[in-house]
Design a protein around this ligand. Structure first.
Ligand SMILES: [Fe+2]
Length: 178
């Protein structure tokens, strides 16, 4: 009915987003391979796109969105792009463990098996030319690619292939954006 309230519970994600903005708010662009402004934009838009694509693909949208938000944490932490996927492993675990310790009681724990999903998808997200049977790994690769396109970045090769795949699942294609 029109007057019913609908609510999508993403309290854990929202708290992780707050923690990420806390990580980023005082950083400068000095010695960074990517601007902190880009990192901020990319955190938020990847988390939103991950929700949409996860629902379309039958995956957990909050866990997908946490992975979307956190997958480039190594770039945020170090400023370095090289090897940032694998380098994110420890940073991501630390941040989620801190979340569980400080906010788990209030918003709900991120369980160990959920942590593994998030870490795995993040660690492998740069391997865009490799296709796996892990839905979350594929989702973060696709979301990362589509987000670049939607922010107006040149889209080619594996980015184009993965953006196409993501758009197709959302019943869209590149020609819709002309
Ligand atoms: Fe990345």
């Amino acid at each position: 009915m029109a007057n019913d309230i609908v609510n999508f519970p993403v309290n854990r994600l929202n708290c992780i987003l707050d923690m990420l903005i806390e990580e980023m708010r005082n950083l400068t662009n000095e010695n960074r391979d990517q601007s902190i402004e880009w990192s901020i934009n990319h955190v938020y838009s990847c988390s939103q796109l991950a929700k949409l694509l996860a629902v379309k693909r039958g995956l957990d949208p909050e866990i997908a969105a946490i992975a979307g938000a956190i997958h480039d944490l190594a770039i945020i932490k170090t400023g370095k792009f090289e090897n940032h996927g694998p380098a994110g492993d420890a940073y991501i675990r630390n941040l989620i463990h801190k979340y569980n310790a400080d906010f788990g009681n209030k918003f709900g724990l991120i369980e160990n098996e959920e942590i593994e999903i998030i870490v795995l998808a993040s660690v492998h997200h740069s391997e865009k030319t490799i296709f796996t049977d892990n839905g979350y790994i594929e989702l973060i690769k696709d979301v990362d690619s589509l987000d670049r396109f939607l922010h107006g970045k040149d889209t080619y090769a594996h980015y184009e292939e993965r953006s196409t795949k993501a758009l197709r699942d959302l019943n869209l294609n590149f020609s819709d954006f002309k």
